[in-house]
Each structure stands twice: as structure tokens, then as C-alpha cells.
Ligand binder design. Structure first.
Ligand SMILES: CC(C)(COP(=O)(O)OP(=O)(O)OC[C@H]1O[C@@H](n2cnc3c(N)ncnc32)[C@H](O)[C@@H]1OP(=O)(O)O)[C@@H](O)C(=O)NCCC(=O)NCCS
Length: 234
């Protein structure tokens, strides 16, 4: 008999690299920068074909000769509309463009790398990207469009809001509540039961031992506020 960890992982692997809600294994990436390169490799290593990248910030980045082609956001609607999209912008500001494309009829794909360990009772909402070696604990919820970068840890009963980002090696303990568009820097640690407001930023290496209000950036050990952030659309 397999030990529980291995059994759990095996069960997960059978359902993973999971591109849900889509009829084909082709996807469109939302983003065309260096983070898109990262997501593209992740998708390809998971057996997907990336059909195009959608650029929404820099019109000069549009390039039909790029492989795959880089399509401007205003022109994407009629372009293979049956293909689902995968967020590929590192900034939490990706919410605006991804929600726009969903409003124009795109479905969200979900990518979970096969080396990630996702508790069977956890919920990973559409549009999430779960990198290699991530661990998600029991009864946790990962909100729509959230990116969990490599090796990040999510404790049990933790709730992460939409379009948030956990940097590499971030460690969010149990029963934590993160709002939407929260950015957690690389290696940051969040104590159990902490609440972090929408659009807050936790600096790399921060040790968060007190609640963080919406829009506030904290750094250090223990984490203290440094500067109020601008809103995501500014
Ligand atoms: C917290 C953060 C967002 C602040 O960025 P910023 O708004 O540009 O702020 P600055 O770099 O001007 O730094 C402001 C002050 O905080 C300090 N500071 C910045 N980040 C810090 C950190 N992680 N820990 C401790 N102090 C930090 C700076 O030294 C500076 O201090 P000073 O005013 O005494 O000189 C950024 O430093 C950070 O940690 N980003 C996360 C990066 C990351 O994890 N990336 C992963 C990508 S996959």
C-alpha cells in the first residue's frame, strides 16, 4: 500500500496538468513578456500547445511573425474563440485584462503542474497557474486567476482571493485569509490566522505576524508597513 503522501500525489497527478473547462489541449496565454515565457514553458512541459499570446499593454509588442503569434487584445475576440486563456502576467494587475477577455467570451483554463501536491479537499478555481513543487493544504481555496509560483506553500483552511500571486518559496500558514490581488513576495512567511486585505503587498522575505490592511505594503521581520500602494488600475 502506498504511503498517504504518495497516494495523494498519485491521485492528484491523474487529474493534473489540468486544463479544465476546455475541449482541446491548445491554450492562449494572456501576456507576452518574460513571465509569459515562463508560463509558456510550463504549459508545454505539461503537454499543452500554446496557440498565441495576447498583449494588452504595449502595441509595439504585437508580432504576427513571433512563434506563437502575439495578438493585440482588441483583435483577439475573433481569433480561435473556442480556445481557453491562461493568465501569464506576473503582476496582479492581470485581473483587468483577463476579466475583459472573459467578458468577451473566453473561458479560463487552469494549469496545475504534476509535481504540485493539492489536497483532495482544496479548491483551485479556474484560471489558476500552479507551478512545480507547490503544496496546497486541506480545505483551502485558491481564487480565480491566482498564480502560485514554484515551491510556494499554502496551509490548510486558507483562503486566497482572486488574481493574487505567491512568489517562489512563499509560505502561507493555515487559516489565513488573503484578499484579491494580493502580492506575496518570494520567501515571505505568513503566520496562521492572519488576514491580508485586497491589493496588499508582502515584501520578499517578510515575516507577517499581524493583519495587513488593504493596499498596504509591508516588509521585514516582523513585517511593518512601508508605503501605500497605488490601485491596480492606476
Ligand atoms: C516590497 C517591495 C514590493 C517594495 O518595492 P518598492 O515599492 O519599489 O520599494 P523600494 O524598493 O523603494 O523600497 C522601499 C524601502 O523598503 C525597503 N525594502 C524593500 N523591499 C524590502 C524587503 N523585501 N525587505 C526589507 N526591506 C525592503 C527598501 O530597502 C527601502 O528602504 P529605505 O526606504 O530605508 O531605503 C519589493 O522590494 C519586494 O519585496 N518585491 C517582491 C519581489 C519578489 O518577491 N519577486 C518575485 C517575483 S517571481
Amino acid at each position: 500500500m502506498l504511503c498517504p503522501t504518495l497516494a495523494q500525489r498519485t491521485v492528484h497527478q491523474s487529474a493534473s496538468v489540468s486544463i479544465r473547462h476546455m475541449p482541446t489541449r491548445r491554450v492562449i496565454l494572456v501576456g507576452a513578456g518574460s513571465f509569459a515565457e515562463e508560463i509558456s514553458d510550463l504549459a508545454v512541459s505539461a503537454g499543452l500547445e500554446v496557440a498565441a499570446w495576447v498583449e494588452g499593454l504595449d502595441p509595439d509588442a504585437v508580432d504576427a511573425s513571433h512563434v506563437p503569434p502575439i495578438v493585440w487584445v482588441d483583435d483577439q475576440a475573433g481569433w480561435q474563440p473556442y480556445l481557453a486563456i491562461l493568465p501569464a502576467i506576473g503582476s496582479v494587475k492581470r485581473m483587468g485584462i483577463v476579466r475583459r477577455l472573459v467578458g468577451e467570451g473566453r473561458r479560463l483554463a487552469t494549469l496545475i503542474h504534476p509535481s504540485a501536491v493539492v489536497s483532495p479537499s482544496a479548491i483551485v478555481e479556474p484560471g489558476c497557474v500552479v507551478f512545480p513543487l507547490v503544496v496546497i493544504g486541506a480545505r483551502s481555496r485558491i481564487g480565480e486567476g491566482t498564480v502560485l509560483n514554484r515551491g510556494s506553500l499554502v496551509g490548510h483552511h486558507t483562503d486566497i482571493g482572486r488574481y493574487s500571486f505567491l512568489g517562489p518559496g512563499a509560505n502561507v500558514a493555515g487559516k489565513v485569509v488573503l484578499g484579491e490581488q494580493v502580492f506575496v513576495g518570494a520567501g515571505a512567511v505568513v503566520r496562521d490566522r492572519i488576514r491580508v486585505g485586497d491589493r496588499a503587498t508582502l515584501g520578499m522575505g517578510a515575516v507577517v505576524v499581524a493583519d495587513v490592511p488593504a493596499g498596504v505594503t509591508v516588509v521585514g521581520v516582523p513585517a511593518r508597513p512601508v508605503v501605500a500602494r497605488r490601485g491596480p488600475t492606476e
